[in-house]
Design a binder for this molecule. Structure first.
Ligand SMILES: C[S@@+](CC[C@H](N)C(=O)[O-])C[C@H]1O[C@@H](n2cnc3c(N)ncnc32)[C@H](O)[C@@H]1O
Length: 235
């Protein structure tokens, strides 16, 4: 397990993380519908970002995740909106939020509903969402999975569900500073990010009182369903 501790902020609109995802090269990659695009760790290691898949239609593994959705769905870090398009086609009420204007614009163009907000900003429907999606590594948002899970506890209705994607290496539990880069131009502003395998996510979730509702793999990707133990109350 590698743990590089990064100072975690709440990533309100205008903060460094928001700026990091708001500018090129992420916006340029979304406009083009393709990479190359990476998260660059301080040690130079490049984590490829699957922009082509995010800009395509939801695939079989995505649709399997969406089959678990309950109630109204909040897609946290919705990117260009393939999941929202699929949810809309199923007639399910869903909203995406993303700190990237380019991502929100692309989502809206494909018929999804999305707001240009951080998950840590005040959000509509607080305390009433049935399901929160954290796919494509978005459990990493904020670089502090327990803080993100705590935030979702308050966004979800009592007994609400989180559907999260973890990294396929079980031992990974990593908090790092990264930059978005196309590996050609100057990388963007560093911001905190986390990567978690399924055992690490379950460990954090159990400590915070979440219930394990199952985990599975599809097309080489790993997913976890967690149910909040919160009975009542809103924030
Ligand atoms: C790894 S990408 C995932 C892409 C996405 N799930 C999709 O379907 O295309 C992370 C996404 O989260 C967004 N993001 C990063 N920090 C965020 C925050 N604090 N609140 C909301 N979205 C955030 C980024 O702008 C980016 O679109």
């Amino acid at each position: 397990m590698s743990t590089t501790t990064a100072r975690i902020g709440t990533q309100r609109a205008g903060g460094p993380t928001v700026r990091a995802w708001s500018v090129d090269p992420y916006a340029a990659a979304l406009r083009a519908g393709r990479g190359p695009l990476f998260l660059r760790r301080a040690d130079g290691w490049l984590l490829p970002l699957d922009v082509e898949r995010w800009c395509a239609e939801a695939d079989a593994a995505d649709l399997e995740v969406l089959r678990h959705c309950e109630g109204a769905v909040l897609d946290v870090g919705c990117g260009p909106g393939r999941l929202l398009t699929a949810l809309a086609a199923q007639g399910r009420r869903a909203l995406g939020i993303d700190v990237s204007e380019a991502a929100v614009a692309r989502t809206v163009r494909r018929g999804g509903q999305a707001l240009h907000r951080s998950v840590f900003d005040p959000l509509p429907g607080t305390g009433r969402w049935g399901t929160a999606l954290l796919l494509d590594g978005n459990i990493g948002i904020g670089g502090d999975p327990p803080a993100l899970l705590d935030r979702l506890t308050h966004l979800l209705a009592p007994g609400g569900l989180v559907l999260a994607e973890t990294v396929p290496c079980p031992d990974v539990d990593e908090r790092v500073l990264v930059q978005v880069t196309d590996a050609r131009g100057t990388p963007g502003t560093p911001f905190p990010w986390a990567r978690l395998g399924t055992p690490g996510l379950l460990r954090h979730a159990h400590e915070a009182g979440w219930r394990d509702e199952g985990h599975w793999t599809a097309d080489g990707r790993c997913f976890v369903a967690l149910r909040t133990g919160r009975a009542t109350g809103r924030r």
